[in-house]
Structure formats: structure tokens, C-alpha cells
Design a protein around this ligand. Structure first.
Ligand SMILES: Cc1ncc(COP(=O)(O)O)c(C=O)c1O
Length: 400
């Protein structure tokens, strides 16, 4: 008998189960209204279009679409990605199997054990889980409704860092985006301290209002590895995404990708090319933005109604994406909020959220929680937020 636990590599001790997955398991009970998952709405999946494109790919390009292909990615898809950005050539594009793989490959190629990664607090749990096995340390940066606070970022960079991880648009978990001024501050500070930036941008195309802001990569192309994905605009099941960076920055990543999985599915890449060839994605994005914009409206209205009484509850008002971040005040008797402990009471009361703690690499966030408005119906949003409002008012000893 092999004692697998004793045989496991040291890095596996850093592979933690996802707290979000654990919450999601609890929400399988039929009567729980869940704001915990961050899944795109399946009602928006263009199934018929994908079916027709798949049939065309098989009929016209079956032999190549089902064959092994190059690690860099299917050339027409790299061209398409490059054309969606300013000043990007196909050679600057590396196709990856989900931006999650992109995060792993960047960490594998650019982080040694003990290196410090600068992240927002809170930040995307999946990024922490991708970086953890490389035995890194974290320096966290305080955020407000405009994203990372520059003074806090400067302090983190000045303490020494190997990589800065930023989600500039409609962040997971806060829903906030970096203001233009802060984008300039982020690239200026990273430049001053000589730190490369990993810009993770799955939600940038889900903007509901306001002018589009430049990518960090637009401001400092030599310093940034940018990650984009089809997961929130087309379908997550394709596992299709891209990294954009200079060919020099991508060089080790290509070698690491080749070792990991040779290349991303040729078939899926060919289908994506077929789907996007005639401008379909831009038409589809209008539908997606409309849907999430009204979902956001239902959630914010319900929160205003249930908890908007000036009792110290605060939540973000995102202009894109899928998430709202709430901070819960201390109870009237001074007891600090504990959204991890409350999550179980919430599920018992028929509503689920993700406790803030999951988004902090080294503790903290007990007063925060993430709500996703992506999949609940308007009725579920109203009922679920009424349940949450009552629970939170009771927990903080405010009027019920
Ligand atoms: C900030 C962020 N980065 C990366 C990902 C992973 O996306 P993908 O499906 O492209 O792997 C997600 C998914 O939720 C995310 O929220």
C-alpha cells in the first residue's frame, strides 16, 4: 500500500480546497437562494450558434480542427484576439485553456518560493489558489470603491515584490473598477519599483455604463501580462482564453504550456473562430450587458430597501461585471461582524453568500461578503435579500 499523503510533494500542502465550493455544496438544498456562485447565466449561452459553428467546422475543417496544433494557439484566433486590442500583434498572443491556466503559467514561470506577490485585499480566490503552490508570500493592498489605494500599493511595492496582480475592471469579488487616475498611478508605481503586472480582465467587456478605460497594458505594454477570456462573454465551458504580452515575456510561458498540455483544444479554438468571424460576439455582448445591468439593478434596489437605512452597512455599486461586495458593521454592542460564522445561519435561513475571508490571503475580511447577481431571478433576488437583510439586522442587533 502506498501512503499517498506521506508521498505527496511539499507544494500540495498549499493546495487548499475552495471555500466557495464548500458553500456551493450547501446551497444544493432546493430552498436556498444563492448569491454565492459566480457562474455566468446559462440563459445567455448561444447554444444554437455554437451548434451551427461546430457543424461548419467539422464539415469544412474537420481534418485540421481535430489534429494536434501549435502551442501558441490557432493562428486565426490569435489574429482575432490581437485585433480586439490596440497595438497588439498576433505574436503577442498566447492562447490558454482558461485564464485560470494563464495565472498558473505566469506563476510557474515568474515566481520562486518565497517571492512576494502584491494583491488587492480582497482579491480573486482562484488567483491565490493558483499562486499558492509556488510557495509565494503575499503583500496585500487596501482597496476602496475605486480599487487599490495608491499609497497602500506604494508601501507594498516598496517592501519588495516580484509580481503585482490586478483585476482592473469590475473586480471579483468587489465589483469595483480602477479609476483612470489610479490606472496611471498603478503603472507608474510598478515602473518605479521595477515590478511586472499581471492584469486579469475577465469582466472588462461587461461594462454597463461609463466610458471604457484603457487597459494597464495600453499604458505600459512592456511591463504587463494581460489575461482575457471567453468565459464571461461566450461560454466558460470552452475553457478558452488568452495572455497578451511581449514575445520575450511569453517565451517561458510557451515552454511551460507545452509541457503542461501541448496546446489548448484545436477544435474549440476553431469553433470560436467560426463563431466570432462575422461580428457575432459584439451583438451578443449587447444582450449580455443588458441582462447583467438589469440584474445589478434588482440587487441594488433590494439592498437599498432592506439595508439602506444608514445603519453602517456598505456595498459597492458596480458599473459592470457580476459582483457586489458588502461590509457589515459591528453589532450595536460592539461585537465585530463575522460573516464566516453567519454564512451557516444564512444557509439555514435560505440564503447564501461567499464570506469575505475567502478573498484574503492571510486573514481579514470577516466583515465582508460577496453577492453575485448573475443567475438569480428578480423574485429570488427580492426574497433572498429580504432574508439576508433580516439576518444581518438581527446579527448586528439592529431593528428587525
Ligand atoms: C478574476 C478572475 N480571473 C480568472 C477567472 C477564471 O476565468 P477562466 O474561466 O477564463 O479560467 C475568473 C473566473 O471567475 C475570475 O473571476
Amino acid at each position: 500500500m502506498v501512503d499517498w499523503a506521506a508521498h505527496a510533494a511539499a507544494r500540495t500542502s498549499r493546495l487548499k480546497p475552495s471555500a466557495i465550493r464548500e458553500i456551493l455544496k450547501l446551497t444544493q438544498r432546493g430552498d436556498v437562494i444563492s448569491f454565492a456562485g459566480g457562474l455566468p447565466s446559462p440563459d445567455l449561452f448561444p447554444t444554437t450558434t455554437i451548434g451551427a459553428a461546430t457543424e461548419r467546422v467539422l464539415r469544412r475543417h474537420g481534418a485540421t480542427a481535430l489534429q494536434y496544433s501549435t502551442t501558441e494557439g490557432h493562428p486565426p484566433l490569435r489574429e482575432w484576439v490581437a485585433a480586439r486590442y490596440a497595438n497588439v500583434a498576433a505574436d503577442d498572443v498566447q492562447i490558454v485553456s482558461g485564464s485560470q491556466q494563464g495565472l498558473d503559467l505566469v506563476a510557474k514561470c515568474y515566481l520562486d518560493p518565497g517571492d512576494a506577490v502584491v494583491v488587492a485585499a480582497p482579491t480573486y480566490t482562484g488567483a491565490l489558489r493558483a499562486f499558492d503552490p509556488y510557495q509565494v508570500r503575499y503583500r496585500t493592498v487596501e482597496t476602496d470603491d475605486d480599487g487599490m489605494v495608491p499609497e497602500a500599493l506604494e508601501a507594498a511595492l516598496a517592501a519588495g515584490a516580484k509580481l503585482l496582480y490586478v483585476i482592473p475592471n469590475f473586480d471579483n469579488p468587489t465589483g469595483t473598477h480602477l479609476s483612470l487616475e489610479r490606472r496611471h498611478a498603478v503603472v507608474e508605481l510598478a515602473g518605479r519599483y521595477g515590478v511586472p503586472i499581471l492584469e486579469d480582465d475577465p469582466y472588462g467587456e461587461l461594462r454597463f455604463e461609463g466610458a471604457e478605460l484603457p487597459h494597464l497594458r495600453d499604458l505600459a505594454p512592456e511591463r504587463v501580462i494581460h489575461a482575457g477570456t471567453f468565459s464571461k462573454t461566450l461560454v466558460p465551458g470552452f475553457r478558452l482564453a488568452w495572455l497578451i504580452a511581449s514575445p520575450e515575456a511569453l517565451e517561458p510561458i510557451r515552454r511551460a504550456k507545452q509541457a503542461a498540455d501541448l496546446h489548448t483544444s484545436t477544435f474549440v479554438q476553431a469553433i470560436a473562430v467560426e463563431i466570432t468571424a462575422d461580428g457575432f460576439l459584439d451583438e451578443h455582448l449587447v444582450k449580455i450587458r443588458d441582462h447583467y445591468r438589469s440584474q445589478r439593478g434588482y440587487l441594488l434596489d433590494a439592498l437599498d430597501r432592506e439595508l439602506g437605512g444608514g445603519d453602517g452597512f456598505h456595498w459597492t455599486r458596480p458599473s459592470g461585471g457580476m459582483f457586489v461586495w458588502m461590509t457589515v458593521p459591528s453589532a450595536a454592542d460592539g461585537t465585530p461582524a463575522d460573516t464566516t460564522a453567519l454564512a451557516h445561519d444564512a444557509v439555514a435561513a435560505g440564503v447564501a453568500y461567499v464570506p469575505g475571508e475567502s478573498f484574503y490571503p492571510d486573514g481579514g475580511g470577516l466583515d465582508g461578503l460577496r453577492l453575485s447577481y448573475s443567475v438569480a431571478t428578480p423574485e429570488q433576488i427580492n426574497t433572498g435579500i429580504a432574508r439576508l437583510g433580516e439576518l444581518l439586522r438581527r446579527a448586528t442587533l439592529r431593528d428587525v
